[in-house]
Design a protein around this ligand. Structure first.
Ligand code: FES
Length: 107
């Protein structure tokens, strides 16, 4: 059983935006979309770019700041070139105004 990590206050995350956190030495991106809070790995699967510096699109996609690859935030699915690998998505639990993330094993 993987531990849950307390990574942020829910109020730390602006609506429709992303913040970066470190949990268990791993860089995590925490998103607040219209239907909830989501967490993914923060480092793009194409290169060494941090997605927290990218653009959160209205339709729940994150665009990488380096080569504009786009991922579906909810599923982690890689949506376009140059991406060849999906992004790890981590389960999120909200409790008492805090955001907890359960890290999936690194790929
Ligand atoms: S590093 Fe993200 S698309 Fe290239």
């Amino acid at each position: 059983m993987t531990d849950w990590h307390d990574v942020a206050a829910e109020s730390d995350i602006p609506d429709g935006d992303v913040i970066g956190r470190i949990a268990a030495d791993r860089q995590i991106a925490i998103f607040k979309l219209s239907d909830g809070v989501f967490a993914t790995d923060a480092i793009c699967t194409h290169g060494n770019a941090n997605l927290c510096g990218g653009f959160v699109e209205d339709d729940g996609q994150i665009e990488c700041p380096l080569h504009q690859g786009r991922f579906d935030i909810r599923s982690g699915k890689a949506l376009c070139e140059p991406l060849a690998h999906d992004l790890a998505v981590h389960p999120v639990r909200l409790e008492g105004g805090r955001v907890f993330v359960q890290l999936k094993p690194a790929a």
